[in-house]
Write a protein that binds this ligand. Structure first.
Ligand code: CA
Length: 668
């Protein structure tokens, strides 16, 4: 996530009311608070009873308001809450209040605060202002009990496709009826205006294993009462963490609809053999003093500076405090809830380094108990400094302290295509010399390898990953210039064909590297975002994928399909230990800029092929390499790739064409 419209730094008027001299004192005070980790927080219906429970240890009083509608109505009932053990306030209504809405309000420092749906609302009315009481058993699609995501032995078996709901289906050419909605992904047989497969059929055709959906919890920025004219946002502005976003439903006024439709989306993807990864943003909230956290337990859920102001490692005006027990438990319980209720298969943590490593380890451990195939990865960085000590942050450099968590490799990203912060900067695949060693760090999945000199690494100076299962490899995502735009800016004046050669080379490096490959939706058909690098609220004209491009760029799409297939067919690209990578992956000595050659040897990781040799030529000149004698299966050459091979080739001196990958295999 890299966005934010420069949220003004508000002063934390809610910080604990005592005389507090510094941030450390605040932490000391909060550490004495009683916490509560029961699963009955917020609201439960049991028989003829509706029970409310709110954790708010410093509240002087608390109330529940019951409403007939999700907005614009007066409360029809008010329940006084009673303080009970562990800082929890409770109230009970003597009937099942299905169909009603509610809010909480607490009295703090002698003042009643604004109403809040609480932090555990699982269903909400329009714009998430009031929580809703619905019967979740009725939200399950048919066959939900038997619904399962794809089985994968290791995260490195995944091929991740990052997608925004509106990007994927909004364009008039998509052939999809429910444009911009969860239901878009349930539509079978969708075709573009030129007859190509779109929607879920497109995903099946491409062969990706997991769709990573941008934030789909209820976020703040899109006014759900003014759909469809109030359009686009990435959604990195969390409001209600445990309810789906209303604008992706066909009716945000009816709280059950978004729940049902999101489940239908998950089920349709699962039925297609595709898993669902959710992008989660527990690191900050859209609002400060008015957030549901602040209105529930003022001050507690956030970090602050010594002067009491909100600290801001998110760059969005605040940062949450995962190291405090109730906040850490909230994160853990929230992802567990999504995994159980919505059958989510993976979680991508935004600005993960704002969280502490201990919480991230709990997240991964608890999710693996629900389903060992669930995986967790995140951005191993922050967007600003934090009061959390560096050694406790879930940073890329600290990933060895989180064995079951993976981080994005900015090493391979910036080295292959050029630095993200400089549009014109080129990378290994676009002819800039000197990045070979950093690309190699990507190829070995940032593990310790005897032939990789980390002192020459651009972004990392040490092998940070314990295993390739801890690294997500990518060159394109929603942040910054996506690959098509990056190539347009860094290769001005070059032909489309030449840029597409670089495009193929860049993704070939990603998909054959150790670690888990990650791609950005639509790049496989050469979509662009008209050069907009931070399109978080850009209109559909920038963000929507034009599916007629699939026809124009059919050859590029075919290349991607074969690349995905190659990776999925060959475990040599998916090793799971650093020891295997060090043993089976052997670099050749080539001391030329923009040239890397290596082999995956001895049926690496149980591969059917005895040896796979890969040569990447990122220069604009043909390069001659020496391939050992004997007969090889030709898999990729000069911008063509066929996973099963395209004939035989004899070893010896072979030309590797400009900006292309040569892949050959010795079958036995
Ligand atoms: Ca919303």
């Amino acid at each position: 996530m890299r966005l934010c419209a420069g949220t003004a730094l508000a002063t934390a008027s809610f910080v604990y009311g005592g005389d507090i001299a510094c941030a450390a004192d605040i932490d000391t005070v909060y550490s004495t608070f009683e916490t509560y980790n029961g699963d009955d927080l917020e609201m439960t219906v049991a028989g003829n009873s509706t029970r409310f429970a709110l954790w708010s240890p410093e509240a002087e009083a608390a109330k529940v308001y019951i409403y007939p509608t999700g907005l614009n109505s007066a409360p029809e009932d008010t329940l006084e809450m009673m303080r009970t053990a562990n800082g929890v306030w409770r109230a009970e209504a003597g009937e099942a209040l299905y169909g009603k809405f509610y809010t909480f309000s607490i009295k703090h420092n002698g003042k009643w605060l604004k109403e809040t749906p609480g932090i555990w609302a699982k269903a909400v009315g329009v714009n998430g202002e009031r929580a809703a009481i619905i019967d979740f058993a009725k939200t399950d699609p048919e066959g939900w009990d038997a619904d399962r995501g794809p089985a994968i032995a290791n995260i490195t078996d995944a091929v991740i496709y990052e997608m925004h709901h509106r990007d994927f289906s909004m364009h008039q050419s998509s052939g999809i009826v429910n444009k911009g909605k969860f239901l878009a992904l349930t539509e079978q047989d969708a075709r573009s205006s030129l007859g190509d497969k779109t929607g879920i059929d497109h995903l099946k055709e491409l062969g990706v294993t997991h769709v990573h959906i941008l934030p789909s919890y209820d976020y703040n920025s899109v006014d759900e009462t003014r759909l469809p004219e109030n359009g686009y946002n990435w959604g990195y502005d969390p409001l209600n963490y445990n309810a789906p976003e209303g604008s992706y439903s066909t009716n945000p006024m009816n709280p059950a609809v978004r729940v049902t439709e999101m489940k239908e989306m998950v089920k349709a993807l699962h039925d297609a053999g595709i898993g669902v990864v959710m992008d989660v943003v527990y690191n900050h909230t859209a609002q400060n003093d008015d957030s549901n956290f602040s209105l529930t337990a003022p001050g507690y859920f956030y970090r602050h500076r010594a002067d009491g102001s909100y600290s801001d490692a998110s760059g969005c005006g605040n940062e949450t405090a995962s190291e405090r027990r109730q906040m850490g438990d909230f994160i853990v319980n929230s992802v567990k809830y999504w995994a159980k209720e919505y059958h989510i298969d993976g979680f991508r943590f935004d600005l993960m380094a704002i969280h502490d490593t201990e919480t991230m380890n709990r997240v991964a451990e608890e999710l693996k108990k629900i389903n060992p195939d669930i995986f967790v990865y995140g951005e191993g960085w922050t967007a600003g400094d934090s009061p959390l000590p560096v050694e406790r942050r879930a940073l890329k450099d600290n990933v060895s302290a989180m064995p079951q968590v993976a981080v994005f490799s900015d090493d391979i990203r910036d080295a292959v295509k050029g630095h993200y912060s400089d549009a014109k900067d080129r990378g290994f695949a676009t002819g800039k010399p000197g990045l070979e060693e950093t690309v190699k760090i990507g190829i070995v999945g940032a593990t310790a390898h005897p032939q990789v000199d980390y002192s020459k690494g651009n972004n990392s100076k040490k092998p940070y990953a314990l295993a390739p299962t801890q690294v997500i490899n990518y060159v394109s995502c929603h942040d910054d210039l996506m690959l098509t735009d990056k190539l347009a800016k860094s290769l001005p004046g070059e032909s489309l064909a030449d840029r597409q050669r670089a495009h193929k080379l860049a993704e070939t490096i990603v998909f054959t590297s150790q670690g888990t490959p990650f791609m950005f939706a639509g790049e496989e058909i050469y979509r662009d975002k008209k050069g907009v690098h931070n399109s978080y609220k850009s209109p559909d004209s920038i963000n929507a994928i034009d599916w007629t491009l699939k026809h124009q760029n059919a050859e590029l799409f075919q290349y991607y399909k074969e690349l995905v297939k190659l990776r999925k067919t060959h475990p040599a690209f998916r090793m799971t230990t650093a020891e295997d990578v060090a043993r089976y992956l052997v670099f050749d000595k080539v001391d030329e800029p923009n040239l890397i050659s290596y082999s995956l040897k001895n049926h690496a990781n149980g591969d059917a092929w005895k040896e796979i040799k890969l040569v990447f030529n990122g220069s604009n000149e043909p390069k001659q390499v020496k391939i050992p004698s004997g007969e090889w299966l030709l898999v990729a050459r000069d911008g063509n790739l066929v996973a099963e091979g395209m004939g035989k080739i004899k070893g010896g001196k072979i030309i590797v064409e400009p900006r292309s990958a040569l892949i050959v295999a010795k079958e036995k």
